[in-house]
Design a protein around this ligand. Structure first.
Ligand code: ADP
Ligand code: MG
Length: 138
């Protein structure tokens, strides 16, 4: 099943993330694909804020930490862009993340053969300027 959203600004992307939050069933592993600056972190922020029921929750990009946890470690947010080798994921709490309520992964391609078999796939494409296409497939 594939669903698509066209978002003309960051606020619309947040709305799509809120809709997708209500479509997910838990536990869930969610892959976020898209170029640098596509909006994967902006999308994740809106999704986590909705799940935590806190629109002001601070959700930093895990660019350097590679992972951030929320809600008593039931929500895990990875950004694997800077991970050198797939096996490095085990030092980041991977085994626990896989069984958490939500495991959200930017740059899942960095996992190589360690990619989980069952996941929800989200791709964000930059169409022009602030316009993004979000494609959800599961
Ligand atoms: P990524 O995590 O994919 O590298 P970020 O979420 O960190 O990207 O950054 C996306 C950037 O694009 C932000 O500066 C955001 O304000 C901007 N932006 C512009 N239009 C949109 C949109 N429609 N959806 C999401 N972000 C957008
Ligand atoms: Mg990011």
């Amino acid at each position: 099943m594939t669903q698509e959203w066209i978002c003309t600004n960051e606020e619309e992307t947040a709305k799509a993330a809120h809709e997708i939050a209500s479509l997910l069933t838990f536990p869930s592993i969610v892959f976020l694909n898209g170029d640098l600056g596509a909006g994967k972190t902006a999308f994740s922020r809106a999704l986590i804020q909705r799940l935590m029921n806190d629109p002001d929750l601070i959700v930093p990009s895990p660019t350097y930490t590679l992972v951030q946890m929320y809600d008593d470690e039931t929500i895990w947010h990875f950004d694997l862009y800077r991970m050198n080798a797939p096996e490095d994921i085990y030092d980041l709490g991977w085994e626990e993340a896989l069984h958490a309520k939500l495991c959200l992964i930017e740059w899942p391609c960095r996992l190589g053969s360690l990619k989980p078999k069952k996941y929800t796939d989200i791709t964000i494409d930059v169409l022009q300027d602030d316009v993004r296409r979000i494609t959800l497939s599961s």
